[in-house]
Design a binder for this molecule. Structure first.
Ligand code: 2NL
Length: 352
């Protein structure tokens, strides 16, 4: 009887030691004072380890050795844990033991809004993607070949002038691209046909900044090269685009134009969205507003990129994202797009 009571006492003690060991293993440092608090609780003169050690006197002699070993291991366990906790560098810990309730909802972060140019760029991309165009990107610092020469721009073309182009001073062959056509040249050079791409991106021109011009702006150019591509394909593609962009009732017209990289070339107008073609300030009382330039890819360009111009033909177009955005949202001054004035930007919070 006496023996079994002692046995029950030992069992309870062993269980208690296991509970302490678990606590010690899971002990977390909440602040700079926590390691010392640990020492006092477990290793201090009135600590729990001491407390358990005194129990050895109640253990029958024949069990003392076995039990002594368990107690000793427990003491070493607590001491080595204390060494570990001491070594956690104090600057990793908060000054005080403020309890943080991790179940509380987080602070609300103001979400901001997308930039109007991004909204319009994304919309343009998604419309052309539905027609099977892929997005292509390329470098903003470009060499003469990809920005000018491959595009059929003669050596003496005014666009190459220092007045219009930012050249890189270390290397006169390099410049900030003046259009995203460089990406299209790079795609054509890969020689994988057909090509059906749009190239959105930032371009640079040496302009005096005003309400209508900036030294950088954004473009989307498009290129479709295959066998049997005609001007009718160009017209239908761009008609689909403006209907998706501005609404089903919008009308288009083409005016003959000139670009070195296309022949024939045209500028496309849409019926004025403000007055519905009746005439107003926006359309300068013509009923029409210009939105992009386009044409059939000049055979010289195809040959420059080693594409057989007898077998392949294509169309290309280019538009300024700023221009489309100004028309869509009636923005009157180009500089608003790069001034980061929140009173302007916040107006696009609900647009996607
Ligand atoms: C405009 C006019 C245009 C192109 C860009 C192009 C590119 C290649 C070949 C042929 Cl690789 N053409 N691009 C063609 C016609 C017009 O842009 O006013 N853009 C803002």
């Amino acid at each position: 009887m006496v023996h079994s009571l002692i046995f029950a006492g030992m069992e309870a003690l062993l269980q208690q030691i296991e509970i302490y060991k678990k606590e010690i293993a899971e002990f977390v440092l909440e602040d700079k004072n926590a390691a010392e608090a640990f020492r006092i609780k477990y290793l201090g003169s009135k600590g729990l380890v001491k407390n358990v050690m005194t129990e050895i006197k109640n253990i029958p002699n024949e069990k003392k050795k076995e039990f002594g070993q368990i107690l000793n291991e427990f003491k070493i366990f607590a001491e080595s844990r204390f060494e570990e906790l001491k070594n956690v560098t104090s600057n990793q810990l908060p000054e005080t033991g403020i309890q943080i309730d991790l179940t509380l909802p987080g602070d609300q972060l103001p979400l901001g809004s997308r930039h109007p140019l991004s909204i319009v760029k994304n919309k343009i991309i998604s419309i052309f993607q539905r027609l099977g165009f892929a997005v292509a990107e390329g470098p903003e610092i470009e060499d003469d070949w990809h920005n000018f020469s491959a595009l059929n721009l003669p050596e003496d073309h005014p666009a190459r002038d220092m007045q219009d182009t930012f050249y890189i001073s270390q290397n006169p062959d390099w410049m900030l691209r003046t259009h995203t056509s460089n990406v299209q040249v790079r795609e054509m050079e890969k020689g994988i046909l057909p090509i059906r791409i749009i190239c959105p991106g930032r371009v640079y021109r040496n302009e005096t900044v005003s309400a209508r011009a900036h030294c950088f702006f954004h473009q989307v150019e498009g290129l479709y090269i295959s066998d049997n591509v005609s001007f009718a394909d160009l017209k239908q593609t761009l008609y689909f685009f403006v209907q998706e962009m501005f609404g089903q009732d919008v009308k288009i017209r083409f005016r003959p134009s000139y670009f070195p990289f296309t022949e024939p070339s045209a500028e496309m107008d849409i019926s004025c969205l403000i007055c519905n073609g009746k005439g107003c300030n926006i359309c300068k009382h013509t009923g029409w507003v210009e939105i992009l330039g386009c044409g059939m890819v000049h055979p010289n360009l195809l040959e420059n990129c080693k594409i057989d111009s007898g077998k392949y033909s294509g169309f290309a177009f280019g538009m300024g994202i700023e221009r489309i955005t100004m028309l869509k949202y009636q923005v009157k001054d180009l500089r608003l797009f790069s001034e980061n004035d929140l009173r302007f930007l916040k107006q696009f919070t609900s647009a996607v």
